[in-house]
Design a protein around this ligand. Sequence first.
Ligand SMILES: NC(=O)c1ccc[n+]([C@@H]2O[C@H](COP(=O)([O-])OP(=O)(O)OC[C@H]3O[C@@H](n4cnc5c(N)ncnc54)[C@H](OP(=O)(O)O)[C@@H]3O)[C@@H](O)[C@H]2O)c1
Length: 294
Amino acid sequence: MAAQTIEGKAISAAVREEVRLEAQELSSAGVVPGLATVLVGDDPASSTYVRSKQRACEKAGIYSRDIRLEETTGEAELLATVENLNADPSIDGILVQLPLPAHINSRRIIEAIDPEKDVDGFHPVNLGKLLAGEDAFYPCTPYGITVLLERSGVEVEGTHVVIVGRSNIVGKPLAALLMQKRSGANATVTVCHSRTADLATHTRRADILIVAAGRRAFVTGDMVGEGAVVIDVGINRVDDPQAKRGYRLVGDVDYEGAAERASLITPVPGGVGPMTIAMLLKNTNRAARKRANG
Ligand SMILES: NC(=O)c1ccc[n+]([C@@H]2O[C@H](COP(=O)([O-])OP(=O)(O)OC[C@H]3O[C@@H](n4cnc5c(N)ncnc54)[C@H](OP(=O)(O)O)[C@@H]3O)[C@@H](O)[C@H]2O)c1
């Protein structure tokens, strides 16, 4: 079987266009959606992520505030910045770019964000609501994966989803989203990790295999069941002197090998990646709509 590609770029573009129209509607009603990004230090990868979030806001008609703090910023100062943003009525969403410098307790910072402005969906209140199947801000990457599946026409209900990876930002919230008792979910979910015995036995049984292990080309073709849908969350840099930036991005799945057996597969780049920012914008609009509705 030669797999068809799930076009994350096109699906993300469609979501962003919907977001732009919604932001326009909210702005006409006097509520301009606003996102604040907070970057501590000058880590190049984090700076690139923050810049692309800012650019995406601009294109979507979302007001964005770019807060940059020195690497040496103390926890108290960062907490004060978050408190100011919590109290600022022009800011609907707050995103503190992770990872933070080692001298700052990330958990304490995330917990200081008003859950109603937690558009990254990492606050324990939102994670708890997600687990309980209540209305919440969902973490952007898992949320984006559910939208990718839905818009690619993949029926999740009744399937066996196998997730490789149990991180707090991808694997765990994704498992919680897909197992919920509601349409678009209702899957039977297996979560694998580094202590899973005989990983391939599990991955081969998946109708939908989602890989977020942070190891390049780690899932090979023989680990994929015939006709499975494969979602590759991984983003790994590989040195490549021919590439414009001196490196290229590859996923956690051996694309060529997996594509021979899968029915649908996401590419890297251009699969899950573009969805993450689109969902951040969607969450920001959602927070703004709550403000508009009082
Ligand atoms: N597309 C996007 O927007 C986006 C967003 C976030 C992350 N990512 C990418 O997704 C990947 C995962 O990110 P993450 O933050 O979830 O990573 P992470 O925090 O490093 O978690 C990796 C998970 O994979 C598991 N794992 C590692 N080696 C394994 C093995 N040999 N067998 C089975 N499981 C194994 C780990 O198990 P243990 O728990 O036992 O250690 C862990 O649960 C990375 O490549 C990252 O760059 C992409």
